[in-house]
Design a protein around this ligand. Structure first.
Ligand code: C2E
Ligand code: CA
Ligand code: CA
Length: 531
């Protein structure tokens, strides 16, 4: 019992802890995942915008360069220079246009070139044929190095700042590179080593310290990065929303666990488990033929053996089982145990019977008869070897009881009225019921030899039973004096501590065999007075 209690409590505590921790941990995890996802999405947007801007800059430069090829104007003529100036002016990203011949700068949008300016070597070529040089110091110095894009005889200078000219928060850094990972420009100084390692990587991700998103298009790669440390504020916002949900779920689970374990730990909960686990054993109390001293039967008395081995008396759980519909499965288990325990003995000893106690639900429903039929089928136990004990408490629905008892007798069972005399009903009232035997309650047997008013009732009951031709069993016979009295009044059977207490099945079988050899097998054998 204690074992099971502590196991239930241990399991409940464990489940309660898990139920409390898991939802909260899950919400912490989910809010972090959501925050990371959201941030990566916004980084992906930034990277996408960067790529778009860079692509547009390249495309505009290409359009500008294409537009210079035609119409052909006399190189470095005033019209030619004017035209280059118009292009430089009209193309937002282009700062300056230059015209080259044999690798030498001839003139620019500013005018004829002075000195020997060579065309710079390309760092790489874009998919649409632009030769790109990352860092060039322009002929007309503006200080900052610029990017040169060459196509045919022309070159344009582009301010690389335009590529990463997107509006981002200070903690977000940006890098733009070509498809080979050659850096084009960056914003908020990202770690170049990291940038290189990310150019070939997946679209989104995180390192130990950073979240990042990568966008690719038109031979360009843009990477937006943000330190993880930056998440905490947003994480808190997310947790503020989700943690109460986790707390609510946790509280709900803990509540359910407490409710379930309370239910399990309640006597009724435990009894229900006992029924499911078939924790019942049956003891057998010998019923003695008072004249011969021979054991003629046994009453099956149920006990609940708890997992720790402790035996619980039936008065402590039968009423609870009766109130809660658990009695019928218990009766079934008693029937099955009796057939299993005493089957061989009943087959070899046809005069022996076993008496089963029926509860009101068994009698009213009559369902016990089918259980009996099923259990007895193929066992070669005769129906007459099974006695059914019904108390007056079982006659709540007297008509239903009558039907069940009639059917029981039709099937050959012996019907005994149990605890007779303790109820309100008179023998007259019971007379209408089909029955074979009367069990006189212990309280009447107790009065024998005591000069009380009820002791007179005892002899009355005996006489009336005899006139109705009922067999009589006296319950709770504890003294030889009582046995003597009952014999003198020709009561057929006795049951009580004088003969034996209820015994486990194997002890009862031993008792039966010993009693048989002592009392002799014949009728009217030696009378035995048990100690
Ligand atoms: P009951 O049917 O009147 O059973 C007789 C009770 O009296 C048994 O108690 C038995 O051990 C006890 N008893 C027998 N001889 C003596 C004696 O000489 N002196 C004393 N002091 N007691 C004696 P038990 O086994 O504790 O059963 C108590 C009650 O529980 C039973 O009373 C019966 O009403 C109920 N019960 C037992 N087994 C079952 C069962 O399988 N089904 C149902 N529905 N009720 C059962
Ligand atoms: Ca009984
Ligand atoms: Ca009784």
């Amino acid at each position: 019992m204690e074992l099971r209690r502590s196991r239930v409590i241990a399991v409940a505590i464990l489940l309660g802890l898990l139920g409390a921790v898991i939802p909260i941990a899950a919400m912490v995890y989910i809010s972090r995942a959501i925050t990371v996802e959201k941030q990566q999405d916004s980084l992906a947007r930034v990277a996408g915008q960067t790529i778009m801007r860079a692509s547009r800059t390249f495309r505009d430069a290409k359009i500008a360069l294409d537009s210079l090829a035609y119409p052909r104007l006399p190189p470095c003529s005033p019209q030619h220079i004017a035209r280059m100036r118009v292009v430089a002016f009209n193309t937002i990203s282009v700062e300056e246009v230059g015209y080259f011949e044999n690798g030498l700068l001839k003139c620019t949008s500013w005018g004829p070139a002075s000195g020997n300016v060579r065309r710079v070597a390309a760092d790489y070529t874009t998919p649409d044929g632009l030769d790109v040089t990352m860092k060039v110091t322009p002929a007309v110095a503006m200080g900052n190095p610029v990017m040169a894009l060459h196509y045919g005889a022309y070159g344009v200078l582009v301010d690389p700042g335009r590529f990463v000219d997107v509006l981002v928060e200070d903690h977000i850094s940006l890098a733009l590179a070509n498809q080979d990972g050659v850096p084009i420009n960056s914003l908020h100084s990202p770690d170049p080593k990291l940038v290189r390692s990310l150019t070939g990587g997946p679209r989104k991700g995180m390192t130990d310290t950073l979240l990042y998103a990568v966008a690719r298009d038109n031979g360009l790669i843009a990477i937006a990065m943000e330190p993880k440390a930056n998440l905490s504020g947003k994480l808190r916002d997310e947790q503020f929303l989700l943690l109460p949900v986790g707390g609510f779920i946790a509280a709900f689970i803990v509540g359910v666990v407490i409710w379930l374990s309370k239910k399990r730990l309640s006597p009724l909960g435990e009894l229900a488990i006992a029924v499911r686990n078939r924790e019942f054993v049956v003891h057998y109390q010998p019923i003695i033929d008072l004249k011969s001293g021979a054991c003629v039967g046994a009453e099956a008395l149920v006990r609940w053996r708890r997992p720790d081995g402790f035996l619980v008396r039936p008065d402590l759980f039968i009423p609870l089982a009766e109130e809660n519909g658990l009695i019928m499965p218990i009766t079934d288990q008693v029937v099955q145990a009796a057939v299993r325990d005493l089957g061989p003995l009943l087959r070899s000893e046809r005069a022996l019977h076993v008496a089963i106690n029926l509860a009101a639900a068994d009698i009213t429903s009559g369902r016990i008869l089918d259980v009996l039929a099923r259990t007895l089928a193929g066992t070669d136990i005769e129906p007459g070897q099974i006695w059914l004990e019904a108390t007056e408490r079982g006659f709540i629905d007297i008509e239903a009881a009558r039907v069940t008892l009639i059917r029981a007798r039709e099937r050959g069972h012996i019907v005994a009225i149990d605890d007779f005399g303790t109820g309100y009903s008179s023998l007259q009232y019971l007379q209408g019921l089909p029955m074979d035997a009367l069990k006189i309650d212990k309280s009447f047997i107790d009065t024998i030899g005591r000069n009380t008013a009820t002791s007179a009732v005892t002899s009355h009951i005996i006489e009336m039973a005899k006139t109705l031709d009922l067999k009589i069993v006296a319950e709770g016979v504890e003294t030889e004096e009582q046995a003597q009295y009952l014999r003198a009044h020709e009561v057929n059977f006795g049951q009580g501590w004088l003969f034996s207490k209820p015994l486990p099945a194997s002890d009862f079988i031993d008792y039966y065999r010993n009693n048989k050899t002592r009392s002799g097998s014949g009728r009217g054998g030696i009378r035995v007075v048990a100690a």
